[in-house]
Design a protein. Sequence first.
Length: 609
Amino acid sequence: MHEDGHGLLLGALVFLATAVIAVPVARRLGLSPIVGYLLAGVAIGPSGIGAFDDPERIITVAEIGVVLLLFIIGLELQFSRLLALRRAIFGLGTAQLLFSGAAIAVLTHYAATGFDWRGALVAGMALALSATSIALQLLEEKSGLAQPYGQRAFGVLLFQDMAIVPLLALLPFLGQGVHEERSFLDSAEHVAIILGAMLLIVGAGRYLLTPLFRILARSGAREVMTAAALLVVLGAGALMASAGMSMALGAFLAGVMLSESSFRHELEANIDAFRGLLIALFFMGVGMSMNLQVVLANAPLLIIGTLLVTLVKAVSVWAVFRFSDSTRADAVRSASVLTPAGEFSFVLFPLALGLGLIDSRQSDMLVACAAMTMLLGPPVALVGEKLARRLERRTTALPSEDFSDAHGSVLVVGFGRFGQIVSQCLLARGLEVTIIDNDVEMIQNAGRFGFRIYYGDGTRLDVLRAAGADRARVVAVCVDRRETTDRIVEIIRQNMPDVRLHARAFDRTHAVALRGRGVDYEIRETFESALAFGEAALRANGIDAATAQATVADVRQRDMERLRRQLAEGEDRGPLPLEPEPLVAPERPARPLNPEAEDVLKHETEFSS
């Protein structure tokens, strides 16, 4: 018993240490954390150092993480959200999954050896899914979620998260044909049992769960709420498993039933910590179960297959988006971010292996192929963005960088939300303003409202000179990215030291850094709006206008004094304490509202004493 406990502890230490190392290294290399977990699993599994000799036991436990993930997905599927994206979800999403899945299935059946139609269908549907984590990261980096193509791509990702449930339900039915033939009555009885279990979960979720959580919430014991959440998830999963279906399907249904509940956020927070750890264990278990010798022996075939899958998937996604009236450029962008195989493909492959739909060699190859498509994700997205911009130049008659009639006394660089407000103030007083931006769609939309904006990249010295930066009284840097702001400031100060330079700062640290680089005036994008918000709150509490304005002016002055001190002591000094002292000391001591706040308050009290 003692030896078993010691071995279990040692295994847990190896797993945690590997997970802690894998994710930072993967991020440093620009890889998805999932790829890091898979490679870490290979390293400590039978194909690596052999720290674990039975990966199947680990995957069995870690599948609970997948169950919890499906529960959280169900919680997030509120009806209002589905309604807003219904066309992208149910139209584009369905077409993408069916078209891409069919294309990859045909490729697998005829180009790969040993795949029957069932195995090829599993491969097609699994590889047609897209990596939500990678796609969202790529979209956020390019501010794509605010653009039409990004919203459509997000709708497709949302549909895929929903589609995993029927896919999980489909595999056992495909597996029946591998080992046995069921009679019509047997199949009908099986379907009836499944529908009965689903109705039981739906009924319990609608009439029992919310009252139950309301009673538990009155107890004030957070650990009871966590235990109840786990009980609901695992109970619903066990019920579906007893009906011959996936546990994940039951957890998903339970999440959907609670998606409109007032306890939704609390449940998600309680489950999330367990989910993250178990998901990491699951992907490491998948990596442990891979036979590295099989993968290396078939490396040329694997590389060719990965490239073909990526190409087929990109073309099929592009065709679906083009058919739905997306522009060629937007279709390219969407296809490039949706090419990496999805996280749930690593769930489908082990399940298909257990059902006899694919053999162990095919499972190893498919898992490796899915991981390699993830590796190709960022470079494919980069190539896609360059191709999309080239298509835009051809199809939208990209404006030339012609500044022959640009003679404004103020040069505004960037016409986003911040730059639009700045330029309106200047134009309202009749000032000559030159505005440059490199977003073609923004320029075209602004032109419809009478704005004259020049196309140009503000990080290029020749563009700044041509736009009149060296002749302007003020250059206002209003771009939406901190790195771009820093680059423009650096170029102007090195080449035009006498120009008065104003810049948008993103926080206090950035403001200090900009002042240190020679900016004449900077303003944090949220500071003045926060002061206006505070003044409105004072007025709402009965404070007269003059007093409220004086209070806000005093806070502004104190903040400026703090900023001067930071500048005098150097930008590496770090944040200063709130000095001068607050205007009015708190009348009562702070009290914690939850266990985390209590820990923080205790730490701060010990530190200050």
